[in-house]
Design a protein around this ligand. Structure first.
Ligand code: ZN
Length: 143
């Protein structure tokens, strides 16, 4: 798990797949190490790259089997506190924990923000604007 913590989401440098809550399962048996990963967003173009980086991180740990898990759904509630801090440090507002939570500007901390587009730089983000500091910013979508 510590090694998986070094695997960053290619679209969110600085945020590990562990902190994004993408590691569903890791177990060891007589066949080797099995890793189950939850895709944050189906159709995310980074999935193959993430799997490759997981294989590299564990390459000398023995036989390895990395699978994308589809029997349960990833949700933004899986993002850890560290992950939320890392998103903020990258200028991305964290997803809401409750449906009525205000959207906080990652630059000035103001909640006087508004959505300006449902689409952001990547599938998992949407674009907001801060009325206080006049900065546009991305917010991790709540799913
Ligand atoms: Zn602001």
């Amino acid at each position: 798990m510590a090694r998986l913590g070094t695997v960053m989401d290619p679209e969110l440098p600085g945020v590990s797949i562990v902190d994004l809550g993408m590691v569903d399962d890791i177990r060891l048996d007589e066949h080797g190490i099995h890793v189950g990963l939850l895709p944050t967003f189906l159709g995310c173009p980074a999935l193959d790259l993430i799997r490759h980086h997981v294989e590299l991180a564990l390459k000398d740990a023995g036989p390895l089997d990395v699978q994308w898990v589809h029997h349960q759904t990833w949700s933004s509630a899986r993002i850890t506190q560290d992950g939320r801090q890392a998103l903020l440090a990258w200028g991305i507002s964290e997803p809401a924990q409750g449906s009525q939570d205000p959207v906080t500007c990652p630059f000035c901390g103001s909640t006087q923000t508004r959505s300006i587009s449902r689409f952001g730089r990547t599938l998992c983000q949407q674009l907001y604007y801060c009325e206080n500091c006049s900065q546009p910013f991305d917010r991790f979508k709540t799913v």
